[in-house]
Design a protein around this ligand. Sequence first.
Ligand code: ZN
Length: 130
Amino acid sequence: MKKTLTKLDTILIAAVLLAAAALAWYVKAAGNNEGIQVQITLDGEVYGTYSLAEDREIEIRQASGHNRLLIRSGEIWMEEADCPDQYCIRQGKIHVEKQTIVCLPHKLVATVIPAAGNGNDSDVPDVIAQ
Ligand SMILES: [Zn+2]
């Protein structure tokens, strides 16, 4: 008996492949926190750079106000802020490169960046044996 792929089969296969690719990307992004850091800038000046691999609390007090960021389990978020809009808190947790948390009233920006030295070495193998 000859087996043929219907149009629906093709769409289903494509959808499954897409979902698998998305999942693989997500797992890689979520699980690969070792070399990920967050850089915090105040009014364009670097305030500090912290590894997301280490849990910590970052307390920032400025004349314009107060912010408290938390790093837990490889993610960072704005836990507390006394800015009027509270928008930075609503931005939630970030952990993927180039994601940002912005507190506009306090001119505070937290950006997820690769660890120093990991930025442009393209010869690092994608697959690491576990
Ligand atoms: Zn804010």
